[in-house]
Design a protein around this ligand. Structure first.
Ligand code: KPL
Length: 302
């Protein structure tokens, strides 16, 4: 198959390197170069310092985009709409488009921008890290879920198996909103707190963060219940604790974004909870305060 991957961040390059083992991969990037070279360290080699593969990937070639059997968009949530507009002139209306990012809240804009294409969303717990500009390390294995957003994508279940062959485990979900909400809950708990306190994910296991984690989980559980995804504070807190342990040595993506003076996905993580709270008339004061604090940090860092 011919894949186009939009966005050459850590997750985009991880999927590019993984899919390239069995498929033709083309990158669509902001630098408009015809080829992008990067070094890739697979998970088995992640603890060794040396990159073990060099990939030279054709990039930004309108003809390859036009011929693509699938487009995977891996840019940040706030870049999705613009990324779709950029590729649209060359995109066949039959090509399935998969959007994969942290947070929620980009779907309405994606649907409006792509009224004809099969539209799918994915969420992943695979972890990748860019220690240097052209070096990507696969640092953690985790579940990827894929599911349809519009009716023309309902028949695209085979794509989940193709992604699973490239980078397991990946499964189809008949209601992709559910794993998206689960991942959102984890990001709401871990990302803003690790960013505010400039700490590793594992540091949140300390006693001093437990009250804050429970308050976040409580408000997120209220919103999830209102959305029809019934859960409890305790269930979410258990899931968050497990991710804190499993990713103890990681710096959350938001923490890295602030450190590197990049805009964060806070508007699509904590911001999404606060907006849905306003919609349902459910109070989310703890998340509202965190949203404000991260926005202030973001502005100071820019
Ligand atoms: O998805 C993540 C992120 O950093 O964005 C977690 C799960 C918190 C792992 O770091």
């Amino acid at each position: 198959m011919q894949f186009t991957i939009v966005g050459a961040g850590a997750i985009g390059c991880l999927w590019a390197a993984s899919l390239a083992k069995a498929h033709s991969v083309h990158l669509w990037t902001r630098n408009s170069q015809p080829y992008n070279e990067f070094n890739f360290t697979p998970f088995e080699r992640a603890s060794t310092p040396e990159p073990s593969e060099t990939l030279n990937v054709p990039s930004n070639q309108a003809q390859l985009l036009q011929q693509s059997d699938c487009v995977l968009i891996t840019v940040k949530a706030f870049q999705v709409e613009q990324a779709i507009k950029t590729i649209q002139p060359w995109l066949s209306p039959f090509t399935p488009v998969i959007v994969m990012h942290n947070g929620m809240g980009s779907q309405a804009a994606a649907l409006a921008a792509l009224p004809n294409n099969p539209l799918l969303y994915a969420t992943t717990s695979q972890a990748a890290f860019k220690p240097k500009v052209h070096h990507i390390q696969h640092t953690g294995i985790g579940q990827t879920w894929l599911g349809a957003i519009n009716s023309t994508a309902q028949s695209m279940q085979a794509l989940a198996e193709i992604l699973n062959q490239a980078l397991a485990p990946c499964q189809w979900h008949h209601d992709i909103q559910q794993p998206l909400w689960q991942k959102l809950a984890i990001n709401c708990a871990i990302n803003p707190l690790t960013t505010l306190h400039q700490c590793k994910n594992g540091d949140l296991a300390q006693q001093q963060y437990q009250t804050a984690l429970v308050s976040i989980c409580q408000e997120v559980a209220d919103i999830m219940c209102a959305e029809g995804y019934v859960t409890t504070t305790e269930t979410l807190k258990d899931q968050v604790d497990r991710v804190i342990h499993a990713t103890a040595n990681n710096l959350s993506s938001m923490n890295q974004d602030v450190c590197h003076h990049r805009p964060t996905e806070i508007d699509y993580i904590t911001g999404h909870i606060v907006r849905r709270g306003q919609h349902y008339n459910i109070r989310t004061p703890f998340n509202a305060q965190l949203w404000q604090q991260i926005k202030t940090m973001e502005q100071k860092a820019s």
